[in-house]
Each structure stands twice: as structure tokens, then as C-alpha cells.
Design a protein around this ligand. Structure first.
Ligand SMILES: Nc1ncnc2c1ncn2[C@@H]1O[C@H](COP(=O)(O)OP(=O)(O)OP(=O)(O)O)[C@@H](O)[C@H]1O
Length: 254
């Protein structure tokens, strides 16, 4: 069971962003994608989700060509947490999360009691049940981010792809969301997330891909690849390293 890219080239109609991507996200594992701003992380995620057409190579979802699957089959399998955005329509947070169930119920079907139970459980899981009746447009950026994670979980996907899931979260909520990510993998989901924090990748990811200029500088076990030399090569700037008495590492920029 995997979401796999082979010789993948990706980008926009008028512009290639990256190529030669070999990636197989297995069920039950957490993979982090790291790279400098503007080097193709979001574009690669959208391509893996089938939201942007691949420019070359292949994508397979549990062995089947991604493009051969209908929208519904893809939506049931792949959950997406985009970067938090302001949102335009004043749906309540509960309604927003319930929309995650449309992959199961169909766009025009009324949500069932089960759909409502799942959506409610995900609000509680993310600690935002108290926001259920608030308009999505009137909650904070971090609260929106938690609601987007709850919506993707309400979909009950087999793989979940998160674009900077902790970017606007406070310290406590960063830990909560990352703990959820590990829990989802323990429950059998494949999890792929982008982050600008190598420490987060080191702590929570099994494997990492280091993306520079749209290509993989390296891909493999997080503990083996997250080294000072690799991070200097990835970001093109100085990286400091600190080590505690037990030998645990942390990276600092500059
Ligand atoms: N719709 C688009 N059409 C054409 N080019 C785009 C489009 N969206 C993004 N780009 C370009 O694609 C490149 C990669 O952008 P992308 O958003 O994938 O980078 P990223 O690594 O996710 O960046 P960040 O860490 O800043 O979020 C950038 O040069 C960006 O300007």
C-alpha cells in the first residue's frame, strides 16, 4: 500500500518546477518534505494529490494509476490540509469540517447521522469543539489550521498530505498536531507533510525528502539525512547544531 511517484516531473502549464522525483509514501509512515521557499514543495504536494497534472513520469495510488481513478476514489483516499487561508464563505467551523464527509456522501447528498458523528469526533480530537458554531471567517489563523486538519480527518482518508500544518500554530498546538500526525501513522495512514523546521522532521518523521530546485537532493531515513552538512547544502546558509547530554540533536539557523 503506497502513494508512489516515479520519474515524476511537475509544475504549471507554462513552467516546469521539478523533475526526477522518486517517492513512495507507505501506509503507516510519516514522511517530511523540506526545502527552501519557492523550491517546489507545495507544487509537488498538489501533483501527488492529482490537483495538478503530472508533466511526466507516473503516480500510483495503491498500485493503480492515479489519473485512472475518478475524483471520488481519489477524494476518499487522499486527505489534503492546505496552508491555512482566510476563507470567503461564512460557513460555521462544524459545517466546514462536515464538508470533509462529501467524499463519502456525494456533493449533493444530505449528511447522515454518521457523517455528523465523525465530524464532531474530529473537532474534539483537534480540541476545537468549542468553535463548532463560530463562522470559519471569524476564527484565528491557527484555529483555521486546526479546522483544516479536522476536515481532512473527517474524510477518513488512507493518506494525508499536509502543507506546513503547524505554520501558524502556537507552541502547544504545534505539539498537539504533530502528536496527531504520529497517531494517524500508528493507525495505518501514510502521512506526508512539509515543514521549514528540520527539528520537527527529525522528531516526528520516519523519512525525509530534501527538495532543492524542484529535485530531491536526498531522500531516506530522517536520522541519517538530517545532518548539518545536508541542511547547509539544502538551504545554502549556515546551520548550527546543538547536542544534549544524551546525544540528542537540535538545529539552529545561522
Ligand atoms: N500557479 C502558479 N503558476 C506558476 N508558477 C507558480 C504557481 N504557483 C507557484 N508557482 C511558482 O512555483 C515555484 C514553486 O512554488 P511552491 O509554492 O511549490 O514552493 P514551496 O517550496 O512550497 O514554497 P514555500 O516554502 O515558500 O511555501 C515558485 O517559483 C512559485 O513562484
Amino acid at each position: 500500500m503506497s502513494l508512489a511517484a516515479s520519474a515524476l516531473a511537475y509544475g504549471y502549464p507554462a513552467r516546469e518546477i521539478g523533475r526526477d522525483i522518486e517517492l513512495a509514501l507507505q501506509a503507516g509512515e510519516v514522511m517530511a518534505l523540506l526545502g527552501p521557499n519557492g523550491h517546489g514543495k507545495t507544487t509537488l504536494l498538489k501533483t501527488m494529490l492529482g490537483l495538478l497534472p503530472a508533466r511526466g513520469g507516473s503516480l500510483r495510488l495503491d498500485g493503480q494509476a492515479l489519473e485512472s481513478l475518478g475524483f471520488g476514489a481519489r477524494a476518499r483516499a487522499l486527505g489534503y490540509v492546505p496552508q491555512a487561508h482566510a476563507g470567503t464563505f461564512a460557513f460555521s467551523v462544524a459545517e466546514m469540517v462536515l464538508m470533509g464527509r462529501t467524499a463519502h456522501a456525494g456533493l449533493f447528498a444530505a449528511p447522515s447521522a454518521h457523517d455528523r458523528t465523525v465530524a464532531r469526533a474530529m473537532l474534539e480530537r483537534l480540541g476545537i469543539a468549542a468553535l463548532a458554531e463560530r463562522p470559519y471567517t471569524e476564527i484565528s489563523g491557527g484555529e483555521r489550521q486546526l479546522a483544516l486538519v479536522a476536515r481532512a480527518l473527517a474524510q477518513e482518508p488512507r493518506y494525508i498530505i499536509l502543507d506546513e500544518p503547524t505554520a501558524s500554530l502556537d507552541f502547544g498546538n504545534q505539539g498537539k498536531v504533530m502528536a496527531q500526525i504520529r497517531r494517524l501513522a500508528a493507525e495505518g495512514l501514510g502521512v506526508l507533510f512539509t515543514t521549514h523546521d528540520p527539528n520537527q522532521a527529525l522528531r516526528y518523521a520516519d523519512r525525509v525528502m530534501l527538495l532543492r530546485d524542484g529535485r530531491a537532493l536526498a531522500s531516506g531515513p530522517a536520522t541519517a539525512l538530517l545532518t548539518q552538512d545536508n541542511l547547509v547544502a539544502l538551504y545554502g546558509s549556515a546551520v548550527e547544531i546543538v547536542r544534549d547530554a544524551d546525544g540528542r540533536l537540535a538545529f539552529l539557523p545561522g
